[in-house]
Design a protein around this ligand. Structure first.
Ligand code: ADP
Ligand code: MG
Length: 699
């Protein structure tokens, strides 16, 4: 047995268990060894039931004395109670609501470990635990390995399908005894300096801590073994990224020329005076574009900070040098909006701007593609339709990717392959917390626009419950009478887009006919034909539509400075970052802007989100909160995130280890102890880590 052995070949793993493990992404022995305990219990020196005190979290090992169901027996709705005791003869009562299934699990005389909060029931005068975690200790001791489960610090695993923590523990133990250890690839000088245990020892002690292990460190994921595994996962990832960066820097790229004429053209295009931050960022971009290697730069800035015009400046540099520019947007609405914007400001200079999205007919697309291939279009704006194989550029020099976190790394590469190493500028409006940005965008240089255009007033955010919606509408009317415009947004749930369209449609009818019969109300949603989308956008922009009823398709990028009120219905259904993005559609002009969050039913999490938004307009703060509330996977929508899948490490919990690992990795790649060390490391990353990290090529 070695690390690559499929788990289905391991004794004790039949087809059913193998399938359950696979559902968790665990296929090989190596996968399983990276499935580390989420908690540890000290079962070496435990209290008896008689020693338990109300209020404490505790583990006890007890025998089942009696069980009973009470309440509604039908449909497992009832309360299941079991009475436990031990040599101290004191009684502990375990209670489980909806616990009917336990009637077939627990039986008198069984030995079980219980973990939970001890409470004192003043009515019955008994100690109780409500829904304790439970592990059955008696029974199927296949290998007589009872010593694994008690009398020591015991690892607790998250169950996998029907595989219990106990079964996982047994399996893990068997594998650790049988598998041949692999050599340690972490550079020796690092192991010495950071006092890291050897890899195999770290794995073993993370699963089965030695008798003198510190339980607090273990449960805080900072035992020496855990630290080593976390560090290592980050270290190889950061090495991979550093290698990619180094390689990108040696590729031949375009050395754009930045002469007087280019400067004049930029000046002629600019509709306003750039802010200091915008000037600094275009300077950084221009320096990168001048250099004879491909640019890989992320432009980060909160909503409304004015990224688009900076991107347009970069476009002018490329076009004046005889190259084409591609702009990739995540949604049709945003592509449409960019289309309008770029067309408007670049036509002054006589450039041709084209829009290419999925909703054009095949014939239209064919014509557009011809123009692109012949080099007649200077700027091509589109959704992922731009990535299709048959879209060919004559001379692509600059690729601008907007709202990058919605595209995976692979898609970014797809576009880049259309040119001979074109420069790449990625724009993101989601202020990504630093630790995450380092990993997600580790292969990019970063420019930050940290200043809003002058004259902006902070948006005032209010919360209103649904029963006060009349007041919200009359406020809205009053604002419109003062010459402003407004958005009313409805949530789209991904599974049922059609249904949300209907809701928006109905609301549109209701608002236009009953609530605001004297105002012009428009409708915008994802299913409209491209022409209708464009005309709705245009009419709203030109002020002919006063209230735009929309689904979240307007979430990113839409820019109408005269719109000063954003009403978000059922705001409890949106995530924090999404609400912040939506709110960012207002507050773009000189007038005081308002965001009103209307809610129906709220749980605690929703209340927390609404409060955060009412209190803060700081995008960085909000995204930190969002990340904390949701965790990195969900934050980016796991699949398309391009976020590497970490196993032992956790970006939220282990940010400070990431910082150390990154520093060491950059140092190691730049100054390896020897060429041989570097070669070994590159081969190791390629064989073991590349696919998992989503790094396409390394070295
Ligand atoms: P975002 O960073 O969210 O993409 P935009 O590029 O859409 O922001 O810009 C937001 C608004 O601010 C737009 O109406 C834009 O024309 C305006 N704007 C950007 N920069 C400036 C500036 N320096 N002075 C005045 N208005 C600006
Ligand atoms: Mg934008």
């Amino acid at each position: 047995m070695d690390l690559t052995t499929p788990l289905s070949y391991v004794k004790g793993v039949g087809p059913a268990r193998a399938a359950m493990l696979e559902a968790k992404g665990l296929v090989t022995v190596e996968d399983l060894l990276a499935y580390v305990p989420f908690r540890y219990e000290d079962r070496s020196n435990m209290k008896t039931v008689a020693q338990l005190a109300p209020g404490e979290m505790a583990t006890v090992i007890t025998d089942v004395r009696a069980t009973k169901m009470s309440g509604f027996k039908r449909r497992n709705l009832g309360l299941f109670e079991a009475r436990f005791s031990d040599a101290s003869r004191a009684i502990l009562v375990g209670k489980w609501f909806h616990g009917g299934y336990l009637a077939n699990v627990l039986a008198e005389g069984m030995k079980v470990a219980l973990f939970g909060k001890v409470e004192f029931d003043s009515y019955s005068g008994e100690l109780t635990m409500l829904h304790p975690e439970m592990e059955i200790l008696s029974g199927d001791d296949e290998d007589g390995e009872a010593a694994l489960h008690v009398g020591r610090v015991v690892p607790i695993y998250e169950g996998a399908g029907k595989i219990t923590t106990r079964a996982l523990r047994t399996l893990m133990h068997r594998i650790l005894q049988e598998v041949a250890p692999e050599p340690d690839f972490l550079p020796e000088y690092l192991r010495d300096r950071l006092k890291l245990p050897e890899r195999w020892q770290a794995i073993r002690e993370t699963h089965f801590p030695p008798p003198d292990a510190d339980l607090r460190l273990l449960n805080g994921f900072r035992s020496p073994g855990q630290f080593r595994l976390i560090f290592e996962e980050f270290f190889w990832l950061e090495c991979g990224i550093a290698l990619k960066r180094t390689k990108a820097r040696t590729l031949p790229g375009i050395a754009f020329e930045l002469n007087e004429r280019v400067r004049e053209q930029i000046k002629a295009m600019l509709p306003f005076k750039p802010t200091g931050a915008q000037r600094r960022v275009i300077q950084e971009i221009a320096e990168d574009m001048k250099a004879p290697r491909p640019m890989n730069r992320l432009m980060q800035g909160d909503v409304g900070s004015g990224k688009t015009i900076v991107a347009a400046e970069a476009a002018v540099i490329a076009i004046e040098n005889g190259y084409q520019v591609a702009v990739l947007a995540p949604t049709e609405i945003l592509a449409t909006q960019h289309g309008l914007y770029f067309k408007q400001i670049l036509s002054k200079l006589g450039y041709v701007t084209l829009l290419l999205t999925g909703s054009f007919t095949a014939r239209e697309k064919a014509q557009l593609k011809k123009l692109i291939a012949e080099g007649l279009a200077h700027v091509v704006i589109g959704t992922h339709a731009l990535l299709e194989k048959d879209v060919e550029f004559k001379k692509l020099g600059l690729a601008i990717v907007d709202e990058q976190h919605r595209f995976g790394v692979m898609q970014r590469l797809g576009l880049v392959q259309k040119g001979v190493h074109p420069d790449v500028l990625v724009m993101t409006a989601t202020p990504i917390p630093r630790t995450l940005a380092m990993t997600l965008y580790g292969d990019l240089d970063v420019s930050v626009i940290d200043e809003l255009p002058p004259g902006r007033k902070p948006i005032i955010t209010k919360h209103a419950t649904n029963d006060r919606v009349e007041q919200v509408y009359s406020f809205l009317k009053q604002q419109i009478e003062e010459g402003r415009q407004a958005y009313v947004v409805y949530p789209v749930i991904e599974e049922s887009e059609t249904q949300a369209m209907k809701a928006a449609q109905q609301m549109y009818e209701h608002l236009s006919k009953e609530v605001f019969p004297t105002l012009t109300v428009g409708l915008m949603h994802g299913r409209l034909a491209p022409d209708d989308k464009e005309s709705a956008m245009r009419e709203f922009k030109e002020g002919r539509i006063q209230i735009l009823v929309s689904t979240t398709v307007i979430e990113v990028g839409v820019d109408v400075p005269n719109a000063s009120v954003m009403v978000i219905e059922q705001a409890e259904r949106f995530g924090l970052s999404q609400l912040h993005q939506l709110r960012g559609r207002v507050g773009r002009g000189a007038a005081q802007s308002y965001c009103i969050l209307v809610t129906e039913k709220m749980n605690d999490a929703a209340r927390h989100r609404i409060r955060t938004l009412v209190e803060s307009t700081d995008g960085f703060y909000i995204s930190e909160m969002d990340l904390k509330l949701r965790g990195p996977g969900e934050f980016f929508g796991t699949k398309q995130s391009g976020l590497p899948s970490l196993r032992v490490a956790n970006i939220l919990r282990d940010g400070e280890i990431l910082v150390i690992a990154r520093r060491e990795a950059v140092d190691f790649i730049a100054r390896p102890p020897s060429e041989e060390d570097l070669r070994r490391a590159v081969a190791y990353i390629r064989d073991h880590w590349q696919r998992r990290y989503g790094l396409v090529t390394v070295g």
